[in-house]
Design a protein around this ligand. Structure first.
Ligand code: ADP
Length: 402
């Protein structure tokens, strides 16, 4: 009984979250492998620059253990206001709304000792119950690393993309590679990488000194096929501005230009991603191999394929088609010719996977045996984790090179 009630509450909350997210054009989580690399500074300034360019922006701090957004914006004494069932975000400017855990603390320096499930609950509540209204951008500042918070964001915020911040030292780059792997594992696209603290411009001699080296972020981005959005130098003005609750837009000189350059690159990247998408970016056609009406782990020898059309996050059509007889490469090309954008499978051989990749079809592997409707719902809510496509089912003597 108790469990059922919890399930219903969870589903109702998921419904509210998905209603809110449908009214947000771009969702961006700012991540870093390590703490102290300037992730919150970047998240705050992305929000400030975008909102002063006229975009409607929501800035959400999900760093429940070390929230710093309120401090960076000078929001001391911030309290959370609740009206009816809604939490009101702090209206920083006409175009910028802010939500942080800071407003729930008695004292700004109080430590939070919360376990995973509580953190997940708080983040979901920030998405379900805050009266954000329609937004162009939701910028989420997540704590460093790959823990509960970024995982919750990746699984809950459908359509979220990551911006990864690093400094140029090898130790930071090693950690950033973990963040990249994490994004790949949870199927969250990476919009681009930013290298912060990249060289120091001496205020006396005007020369650039490479204190932590520079260019490592750009090289790591190139090696991982990720867009490089730009770099910010070490600038004592950034610390002063942050401590005084002001943004980089209050500075004069190069750093402000560099930040603007990053924002321009990010907008260009979003635009070019949109242009590269075929047709309406809210339409998907998802293929699922079936046996007995449920996902068939043996992709190449399934009875039928469900092809589920999704518009605006909702299933709008479904057909069941019998594939042509199995021969290497035939089925993946047949699925692609049907206009599918995504395929959900149990396992699949490398050759088939390569064909899907080549034809721009996203493959999610390791899915459980369930009905196509259930699998698509889980997929749309980010609750189907890509567990890889290694064929580990019982082949009953068949080879699995298909
Ligand atoms: P993170 O969120 O990664 O922990 P913060 O954004 O809180 O990092 O930044 C950590 C400290 O570094 C802050 O004091 C901030 O003012 C400072 N900082 C961030 N970026 C720069 C920069 N480009 N130049 C100088 N100081 C910076």
């Amino acid at each position: 009984m108790g469990c059922k009630t919890q399930d219903t509450e969870f589903d109702q909350q998921s419904e509210k979250i998905s209603e809110f997210l449908q009214n947000v054009k771009y969702k961006i989580v700012v991540m870093s492998g390590k703490g102290g690399v300037g992730k919150s500074t970047v998240a705050t300034n992305l929000a400030l620059f975008l909102s002063s360019q006229g975009y409607k922006v929501g800035l959400l701090d999900v760093d429940v253990h070390g929230p710093s957004i309120a401090g960076l914006l000078g929001l001391t004494g911030l309290r959370i206001n609740v009206i009816g069932e809604s939490i009101l975000p702090y209206q920083y400017t006409d175009n910028l709304k802010v939500m942080t855990i800071q407003g729930m603390l008695e004292q700004p320096d109080d430590p939070l000792i919360w376990r995973g499930p509580v953190k997940i609950g708080i983040i979901r509540q920030f998405l379900a119950d805050v009266a954000w209204g329609p937004l162009d951008f939701l910028i989420i500042d997540s704590p460093p690393g790959t823990g509960d918070e970024p995982l919750t964001v990746a699984q809950t915020v459908t359509g979220c993309q990551a911006v990864v911040v690093t400094t140029p030292q090898e130790i930071a780059l090693a950690d950033v590679r973990k963040s990249i792997k994490f994004c790949q594992q949870v199927n969250m696209p990476i919009l681009g990488m930013i290298e912060n603290m990249s060289g120091f411009i001496c205020p006396d001699c005007g020369k650039k000194h490479e204190i932590f080296k520079s260019g490592g972020g750009e090289k790591t981005a190139a090696a991982s096929n990720i867009a490089f959005l730009g770099r910010l130098p070490i600038d004592p003005g950034v610390v002063d501005a942050g401590d005084a609750g002001r943004g980089i837009d209050s500075l004069t000189g190069h750093t402000k230009e560099d930040m603007q350059h990053i924002v321009d690159n990010m907008l260009n990247q979003l635009n070019s991603n949109n242009q590269n998408k075929k047709g309406d970016d809210l339409t998907m056609k998802i293929a699922i191999p079936l046996a007995g009406g449920k996902l068939c782990a043996h992709f190449g020898h399934c009875e039928q394929f469900a092809m589920v059309t999704v518009n605006d996050g909702k299933i709008t059509a479904q057909e069941k088609l019998t594939p042509p007889p199995h021969a290497p490469g035939v089925i993946p090309n047949w699925v692609a010719d049907k206009g599918c954008t995504d395929i959900i499978v149990g396992g699949m051989g490398e050759a088939a996977q390569a064909i899907f990749e080549q034809r721009g079809i996203k493959v999610l592997g390791g899915a459980p045996s369930d009905t196509p409707e259930n699998l698509v719902e889980l997929y749309l809510h980010g609750r189907l984790i890509d567990a890889g496509t290694t064929c580990n089912h019982d082949h009953e003597g068949h080879d699995c090179n298909h």
